[in-house]
Design a protein around this ligand. Structure first.
Ligand SMILES: C[S@@+](CC[C@H](N)C(=O)[O-])C[C@H]1O[C@@H](n2cnc3c(N)ncnc32)[C@H](O)[C@@H]1O
Length: 421
């Protein structure tokens, strides 16, 4: 290590790496913090810290530095939240807004209820975990983020997977902590035959798993189901498909819903409607229905049909629609006072143009990618919107991910209030 240059870290990059400048080029140093002087590890591992930041803390997890899940456990949690908040604010400033001080939420350790783990067989052993950055999965023998009831499944799962003859190198398991209990989706785990179904059913019964789904080249099917799956969203029971998108933590979901609802006028015009775009299984749709009729669009067939099935008899009308190929057009939004959008990481470049052209009174943007938020918000700035409120939601604790809710109104809060009358 001592032959390597010492580096002064000046900032954190978007993936949580320290940034240093050497010979005119920027260098990214994993696990290093601004203000520190370090010697980078040649393999991208933990650096030698020669001068530590006052914000450096002892990482709580024994796998820190190896497992690809938590890249910021060496940073004080409040400082990590402030860094994430600044990423969101900077993106909104770049779009031309003067963001107000954000409301902040941070998830507690061991509350994550959704995870996608890689499976790797190594001789007799089965490793189950997240990929080391640009590397193989690291067996998750401990975890500080996952809900204990889900973490407790990992060791029995290793034992189960050892009995699978046909595990592929790309095998993975998605674990969702639904209200009806853990819901598993195995991908690339081999051929599903009758004996394997029996083994899976015994495993599910032993570990109180409601359903195990199976995904292979043919598609997704239910390998065994011991009881109905059920997930309650704002009082409405939904039956999500195996591997469905859920907000990562229960409290994070509540914080997102609260921030969205705070932006929706108490009363809409008599004919006014709420448009919920990228609606998933209806996390926001059912909450929004407390304020008016909701038209919800979602691109994933399984999510859209779970939402549509649960929406019967409610004020939510749901449909499947690919919002990149077939965005909701400005002229279709004439009766929408409020448009809520919660796009995937890629953002909503095509859809936001139509929203900006339609100029609804309120646009609420739920984002998991500050860079795309900044670009999409630029279209709203050019259309004359003000930014009324920002919430920063840190539910991927110790990762570099950050979510946010931004409330834009056509001419500030008062216009939103007028739209309600
Ligand atoms: C961040 S999730 C939000 C889901 C939901 N609002 C929630 O809070 O649970 C983004 C959603 O966008 C959907 N999606 C991705 N690409 C899409 C597209 N081109 N058209 C419509 N929906 C899409 C995904 O299937 C996913 O449900």
């Amino acid at each position: 290590m001592s032959g390597l240059p010492t580096l002064d870290i000046t900032a954190l990059g978007r993936e949580g790496d320290g940034i240093a400048h050497a010979g005119g080029a920027a260098m990214f140093v994993p696990f290093a913090l601004p203000g520190e002087t370090v010697r980078a590890a040649p393999d991208g591992g933990l650096p030698e810290v020669l001068r530590a930041s006052p914000e450096r803390v002892a990482p709580p997890c024994a796998l820190f530095g190896a497992c690809g899940g938590c890249v910021l456990q060496h940073l004080d949690r409040q400082a990590g939240l402030a860094w994430k908040a600044e990423r969101v604010s900077a993106a909104l400033r770049g779009a031309g807004f003067s963001p107000p001080a954000p409301a902040l939420f941070q998830a507690a350790p061991r509350t994550r209820r959704r995870i996608d783990l890689a499976i790797r067989r190594e001789g007799d052993r089965v490793a189950l975990g997240l990929h080391r950055r640009r590397g193989a999965p690291v067996d998750m023998s401990v975890c500080e983020v996952l809900e204990p009831r889900l973490f407790a499944l990992l060791e029995p799962l290793r034992g189960l997977l050892r009995r699978f003859p046909g595990l592929s190198r790309e095998a993975s398991v998605a674990i969702n902590g639904l209200d009806s209990g853990p819901d598993l989706l195995l991908r690339g785990a081999g051929r599903l035959d009758a004996p394997l179904r029996r083994i899976l059913a015994e495993f599910a019964a032993t570990h109180a798993i409601a359903r195990i789904g199976w995904a292979d080249r043919e598609g997704v099917e239910t390998a065994c189901q011991l009881r109905p799956v059920r997930h309650v969203l704002s009082g409405h029971a939904v039956q999500p498909a195996p591997g469905a998108f859920l907000q990562a933590t229960r409290d994070g979901e509540a914080a997102i819903i609260a921030a969205v609802m705070a932006g929706v006028p108490e009363r809409l015009r008599a004919k006014g409607r709420i448009l919920d775009l990228f609606a998933g299984i209806g996390t926001l749709s059912f909450a929004l229905a407390a304020r008016g009729k909701v038209l919800a669009f979602e691109g994933d067939a399984a999510a859209a049909s779970a939402l549509a099935a649960a929406a019967g008899g409610t004020r939510v009308l749901a449909a499947r629609r690919d919002l990149v190929r077939q965005p909701v057009l400005a002229r279709e939004m004439a009766e929408n006072d409020v448009v809520v959008l919660d796009p995937p990481f890629a953002g909503a470049a095509v859809q936001i143009r139509e929203i900006a052209a339609a100029r609804p009174a309120v646009v609420i943007y739920v984002s998991c990618n500050p860079d795309r938020l900044g670009e999409d918000a630029g279209a709203l700035a050019r259309a004359g919107y003000s930014l009324d409120a920002v919430s920063v939601i840190d539910q991927f604790l110790w990762s570099a991910h950050v979510e946010s809710v931004s409330v834009f109104t056509r001419a500030g809060r008062q216009a939103a209030g007028r739209a309600a009358r």
